[in-house]
Design a protein around this ligand. Structure first.
Ligand code: CP
Ligand code: NVA
Length: 287
């Protein structure tokens, strides 16, 4: 793996399995300081990295962009060159994936994408851990309902690498810009739920209709309304099926309250596993 984790495709299939197999915490971050730079809101990613870094003996340094000199006249380049003098790594959430690429030109230590408009690799990597733990295998059929957003992009990248997974995406036509996406033969994109044999689906995943970087909204929400995950949909899936959502959720939109709070919902396991998975990832990067 190169030093950065900006997308799932920065990993190989072998990397994924060796990272998942890291089982004990060590002190790989002793005497290391990792910057936590969040240009957008975050609860899970921010906290799971801060606590996880501290568990590994490191120091998570919250970097507040609006308190840096970049808010006055210092350039983006000089800001990241300065951070390079003190920090051993950076966890960076941004509204523009290009900034992650730009930052990596000047900041020479590992950069971890904590979500961008394009992808959310940490979320999907930890969801793979959750699926493996829950089912004891990755030979499962996933149904993604709704917007083909940043989380969906990382999921598609994961399925491209892990041929055990099968993915059906159910989404209205022409609402997402997917021209640069690559799909292997395990991935289908459909508009009509009636075309899917739901009895073979063991995981239903969704996410908000409108992501934080999304500008379009009312029209999009109305075209996504019928792609909401309901009890009726879940009842047609396999008996051992689960419901997953990266959170935060907009209950009543992409998922009904009933499904969200049901026994099939493993959303809190997912949230917990963010920290477990990211600690494995950090140990892999800093071993
Ligand atoms: N799932 C996720 O990344 O949550 P936060 O936006 O709260 O970090
Ligand atoms: N797709 C969502 C994920 C939040 C964790 C967003 O970008 O807002």
């Amino acid at each position: 793996m190169n030093k950065n984790f900006l997308n799932i495709s920065d990993l190989t299939k072998e990397n994924i399995f060796s990272i998942l197999n890291i089982n004990n915490d060590n002190n790989c971050l002793q005497n290391k300081s990792i910057g936590l730079l969040f240009e957008k809101y975050s609860t899970r990613t921010r906290l799971s990295f801060a606590v996880g870094i501290s568990n590994l003996g490191g120091n998570g340094v919250e970097v507040k962009f609006d308190e840096l000199n970049i808010s006055r006249e210092e350039s983006f380049e000089d800001t990241f060159r300065a951070m390079n003098c003190y920090l051993d790594g950076l966890v960076y959430r941004t509204d523009n994936h290009k900034k992650l690429l730009q930052a990596s030109k000047y900041f020479k230590k590992p950069i971890i994408n904590a979500l961008s408009d394009v992808s959310h690799p940490c979320q999907v990597f930890s969801d793979i851990l959750t699926l493996q733990e829950h089912f004891g295998t990755l030979k499962i059929n996933i149904l993604w309902m709704g917007d083909m957003n940043n989380v969906c992009f990382s999921l598609v990248e994961a399925v491209n690498l892990l041929s055990e997974l099968q993915l059906t995406i159910c989404t209205p036509k022409n609402i997402s810009d997917i021209k640069n996406w690559k799909f292997n033969s395990n991935i289908r994109v459909l508009e009509d739920i009636e075309e899917i044999d739901l009895s073979k689906v063991s995981c239903v995943m969704t996410d908000v209709f409108v992501s934080m970087n999304d500008k379009s909204s009312e029209e999009k929400v109305s075209s996504l309304k019928s792609y909401s995950v309901t009890s009726e949909l879940m009842s047609k899936t396999s008996t051992d099926s689960v419901f997953m959502h990266c959170l935060p959720a907009k209950i009543g939109f992409e998922v009904s309250e009933e499904v969200f709070r049901s026994a099939k919902s493993i959303v809190w396991k997912q949230a917990y596993n963010r920290m477990v998975a990211q600690k494995k990832l950090l140990q892999f990067i800093y071993q």
